[in-house]
Design a binder for this molecule. Structure first.
Ligand code: 3HC
Ligand code: NAI
Length: 704
């Protein structure tokens, strides 16, 4: 037992007892904790001198809710559950006030809502994030929150899952008082004592629900179907909140329990728990001690003000870091700076930022035409053309110009970071890859490419920087395309093969979006621009095995000058001013021609085959990447595909998804395909795990 739940009298208000829950690191309601809270409550109730109880969290100060590690597993029958504890708080003979500090999330907020009063310190994050774990709240949140805030605010918090701060909580009736002094416990005790004196109000369960307009639920369902496509939990959340308006409280609770039970044991919830814990692993690198010193990064130079450079500059400005943006020509620099100013102005227009904040961020980026202007920056991120000679000449200049200790990062998508580092001579230890994804100011993924000579301190600094920028920063090794682009390129190749064999772009895209991908592959390629991939294929043509199958559909489309949305044509046709993809008979003709030339007889392709081939191929490449040590964990590969390529989080990423299907099944499918198709030889690691009846999660555990 690593937790304590203590009971003591408040020093300034001795009639008020204080129950403090201390369960590091985040005061989750692990097995035993609810029972201990009930025990302390009973002790307080037995003491005639006590008039009320303040319940608060010790240690980190927050209440992170249910223990996610035990979700989906059996709870010991003789241990009270969170729901039972919550009911005891609400029905307590002594009034209980929750003091909420730092955060009260999920079950943490549900504890608060079952208490008679809620006092919060300013800035405390209040939320029902369960939907992000594939479940509706299960401790009465869907029944109590609408009673406190009204239906619309409850729907927003429960279905969206994003927290609000204590001030907003106070405004909407969730929080009764804000405690701003440096002794919030005594402040909460004083608040409760005053309520006891002036007369207690009824518990939350006895309140009625305001704002019960039934159309709210229908519009919430419509929005969820679009924004949280394919997910069960948002709909369950809406059903539960609706139940709070139609059923008596206890019946509503039962309904919520039933929905919670259905969801918590689902594959979707398991996948989302996997993603949650995967995110908490990302900074952990074997051999990198927790106390490795990190270099301060207060000023940054970004070289190249193109698509990526301007986006990267905004990432830093968003985090309040000053940026020197460098180009070779004034015109290109002006274009980059104006792109940044326009983006921030657009955000201010859409009220996503205040105009002062937009202005502040814009002014954090200043332009320059020489790297010497940024030579005293703590970090430089190079985002010039994807050309080894250009990159090398930039890095050799940086090596001589940058102040000692500056970190030298490249945003290359594919190139060999060891070779780039070598061009800096004795500064190779300062070099690291920081591979941002487009649009860099929006996409969460950042690959941190650890080159052979990258110093541990530089690596640790890059990981810390990723956190500061709010990125999912995954440490990867050097290879062509690192993790994300390497896995993705197999998916791109295989889906093009499917066209050649008889599928259409719209069929493939329809199946992929139905699977849960944010967009279909051909629509994505058209959006990103087909010319970039085409140039890369031409540049790397010499690396291709000439004996292996190669599909020319994408190349042929590009040869026509069709580069996707920006030219109005690509895999699809786009009408003037429209971004809606329309099937293009000319593309169908190109596909048929390529099939004939490739000696491939077209057939009806089933939707199942599309899913299997599109994603099994990702899994196989992922297995190779793991075997080669390019990724540290299968779960890192999952996070890369979720955060960089639109893979549905509720399927946990491709490696997790393969575990749901069963690796044996995946290997059997690959072996069958490999009889007639290139590239389907299953990776040895995949075969071994399948034979041992294991999953990639097992591999991660064994290699942690
Ligand atoms: N259960 C179990 N472990 C948890 C946990 C939880 N609810 N929340 C966090 N942890 C663990 C993390 O896995 C991590 O463990 P590690 O050190 O072994 O890797 C450790 O606590 C610290 O977590 P973070 O690195 O995330 O710490 P931060 O300080 O950055 O963030 C936090 C703290 C904001 C509380 C964040 O951890 C968080 O968002 N936690 C999840 C909150 C949540 O989703 N609660 C709802 C749970 S479901 C529920 O309550 C159901 C109910 O309705 C019945
Ligand atoms: P881009 O062509 O839009 O921008 C490159 C910019 O660098 C141009 O404005 C050019 O004038 C400038 N430049 C070239 N040499 C320079 C020098 N010596 N000094 C200063 N400026 C110089 O290219 P993009 O798309 O921004 O790509 C940049 C890098 O980012 C490439 O390595 C690319 O592989 C990588 N990348 C690109 C992604 C994308 O989706 N476009 C995604 C992730 C990485």
């Amino acid at each position: 037992m690593s937790f304590t739940v203590s009971l003591e009298r408040d020093k300034t208000h001795p009639s008020i007892a204080v129950i403090t829950v201390d369960n590091p690191p985040v005061n989750a309601m692990s097995i035993g904790v609810p029972g201990a809270i009930i025990a302390r409550l009973e002790e307080a109730q037995a003491d005639r001198e006590i008039a009320g109880v303040v319940l608060c969290a010790g240690g980190s100060g927050g209440f992170a809710g249910a223990d996610i590690r035990v979700q989906g597993k059996a709870w010991p029958e003789d241990e009270p559950t969170l729901s039972e504890m919550v009911a005891r708080l609400e029905n307590s003979t002594l009034p209980v006030a929750a003091l909420l500090r730092r955060n009260a999330l999920g079950g943490g907020l549900e504890i608060g809502m079952a208490c008679r009063y809620r006092v919060a310190t300013p800035g405390t994050q209040l939320g029902q994030p369960e939907v992000k774990l594939g479940i509706p709240p299960g401790g009465g949140g869907t029944q109590r929150l609408p009673r406190l805030t009204g239906v619309q605010a409850a729907l927003d918090m429960i279905v969206g899952g994003d927290p609000i701060d204590a001030k907003k909580g106070h405004d909407i009736g969730l929080i009764d008082a804000l405690a701003a002094s440096d002794d919030p416990v005594s402040e909460a005790a004083a608040y409760l004592a005053s309520q006891v004196e002036s007369g207690l109000r009824p518990p939350t369960r006895d309140r009625s629900v305001d704002g019960t307009d039934p159309t709210l639920f229908e519009s919430a369902r419509t929005v969820a179907a679009r924004k949280q496509r394919g997910q069960l939990a948002p709909l369950a959340c809406i059903d539960c909140v609706e139940a709070s308006t139609t059923l008596p409280f206890d019946e509503g609770l039962k309904f919520e329990r039933q929905k919670f039970g259905e969801c918590v044991s689902s594959d979707q919830a398991a996948a989302m728990r996997h993603a949650f814990f995967a995110e908490r692993q990302i900074g952990k690198v074997p051999g990198l001690a927790k106390n490795t010193p990190v270099r301060d990064i207060n000023t940054v130079m970004v070289i190249g003000a193109g698509t990526m450079g301007s986006g990267i500059a905004m990432c830093f400005a968003n985090a309040g870091i000053a940026v020197t943006l460098v180009e070779r020509q004034q015109e290109a620099l002006d274009r980059g700076l104006s792109r940044i100013a326009k983006t921030y102005a657009g955000m201010a227009e859409k009220v996503r930022l205040s105009s002062e904040e937009a202005q502040r961020r814009t002014s954090l980026v200043t332009g320059a035409l020489s790297v010497t202007d940024g030579s005293d920056c703590d970090l430089v991120v190079e985002a010039v053309f994807e050309d080894m000679d250009v990159k090398k000449s930039v890095f050799s200049e940086l090596a001589s110009v940058m102040k000692p200790g500056a970190i030298l990062a490249t945003n290359t998508s594919y190139l060999d970071v060891d070779e780039i580092a070598a061009s800096t001579g004795d500064r190779a230890g300062d070099v690291v890859g920081l591979h941002f994804f487009s649009p860099a100011n929006i996409m969460k993924l950042m690959e941190i490419v650890r080159a052979e000579r990258t110093e541990l301190e530089v690596l640790a600094s890059a990981i810390a920087l990723g956190r500061k920028l709010g990125k999912i920063g995954i440490v990867v090794g050097v290879c062509n395309g690192f993790v994300g682009n390497r896995v993705y390129s197999t998916y791109v190749r295989e889906t093009e093969f499917l066209l050649e064999e008889g599928a259409t772009p719209s069929q493939v895209d329809g199946v992929l979006t139905e699977f849960g991908m944010a967009m279909g592959i051909f629509a994505v390629r058209d959006l990103a621009g087909l010319d970039i991939g085409w140039a890369n294929r031409k540049a790397t043509a010499h690396l291709r095995d000439p004996v292996k199958r190669y599909c020319k559909i994408g190349d042929t489309i590009c040869e026509n000058g069709w580069f996707g949305q920006k030219t109005g044509r690509g895999f699809y046709l786009y009408e003037e001013g429209s971004r809606t993809p329309k099937p293009d008979p000319d593309v169908d003709a190109i596909i048929s021609k390529c099939a004939v030339e490739g000696g491939i007889s077209q057939r009806q392709i089933s939707n199942e085959e599309i899913v299997e081939r599109a994603f099994d191929i990702m899994v196989n490449e992922g297995a190779k990447i793991l075997e080669e040590g390019i990724a540290l964990r299968a779960s890192d590969i999952d996070l890369a595909m979720i955060n960089g390529y639109g893979f549905p989080r509720w399927r946990g990423g491709p490696m997790c998804w393969a575990g749901t299907i069963g690796l044996g099944t995946v290997v059997a499918r690959m072996r069958k395909l490999s009889e007639t198709h290139d590239f389907w030889e299953p990776a040895p690691l995949l075969v071994r795990l399948a034979e041992e009846g294991k999953t990639f999660a097992d591999w991660d555990r064994e290699n942690a």
